[in-house]
Design a protein around this ligand. Structure first.
Ligand SMILES: N[C@@H](CCC(=O)N[C@@H](CS)C(=O)NCC(=O)O)C(=O)O
Length: 213
């Protein structure tokens, strides 16, 4: 049985949960918190980050590495495009989503959710304002041109779509949603991914764990 370490509300853990669901792979989840400084967990994940995945004798860290491993070992249902050019484009979107987009969107989540709930500190609202007003708009302008008007980035729902939307799900827990007036295509795309039949039950289960439902 595959064991996934990491809390469901991590944007990176959510990628892996969704890929496991798309590939219809059963797994056991251990709700490992990030920043736990847990010596036992560090044996599995040397940087202490989530997600980590164990599959028999194999232990892997990093959501991208894990998703590629699942794609290679279970290729029956693809989560990456199969042609080289689209696959490279999908990997770039996953990288962009996992770096700058996550840094900003999850930055809002970190300030408004993690700081008060986990670290018992006040959020830095000035920083949140800077992210929303200055840092995010140029990225959102780019994403507005990147996402399609209908369906998903490569036709059917795949990992690139999930990677891109995942950080915005965290931001929504911190009362931030993409402005539908300024970025209508991106906003509609985010809704389409969140309400996809694969994603919806995952988000419902996550909301229960988070105490939102
Ligand atoms: N590149 C990694 C990033 C993982 C990551 O940064 N996870 C966060 C939680 S969302 C974490 O564990 N942070 C704890 C830390 O940085 O010590 C991936 O794609 O899995």
């Amino acid at each position: 049985m595959i064991i996934l370490h990491g809390v469901s509300a991590s944007p990176y853990v959510r990628k892996v949960i969704t890929v496991l669901a798309m590939k219809q792979l059963p797994f056991e989840q251990k709700q490992q918190m990030p920043f736990a400084r847990d010596a036992e967990f560090n044996k599995i994940s040397p940087l202490g980050k989530i997600p980590a995945l164990q599959d028999g004798d194999i232990t892997l860290c990093d959501s991208t590495v894990i998703c590629e491993y699942l794609e290679d070992t279970h290729p029956e249902i693809n989560v990456y495009p199969t042609n080289h050019a689209d696959k490279a484009k999908a990997r770039w979107i996953e990288e962009l989503a996992g770096s700058r987009v996550t840094e900003l969107a999850t930055g809002i989540f970190f300030q408004r959710f993690m700081r008060p709930m986990v670290f018992k500190q006040d959020p830095d609202e000035a920083l949140v304002e800077k992210i929303i007003d200055k840092d995010l708009p140029p990225i959102l302008d780019h994403l507005e041109t990147l996402v399609p008007a209908t369906d998903f980035l490569f036709g059917e729902l795949q990992l690139a779509d999930i990677s891109l939307v995942s950080p915005f799900i965290n931001a929504s827990y911190a009362n931030y949603t993409v402005d539908t007036q300024h970025w209508p295509q991106l906003s509609a795309f985010i809704d389409r991914v969140k309400t996809h039949p694969i994603m919806e039950p995952i988000l419902e289960a996550e909301a229960k764990i988070m105490g939102f439902a």
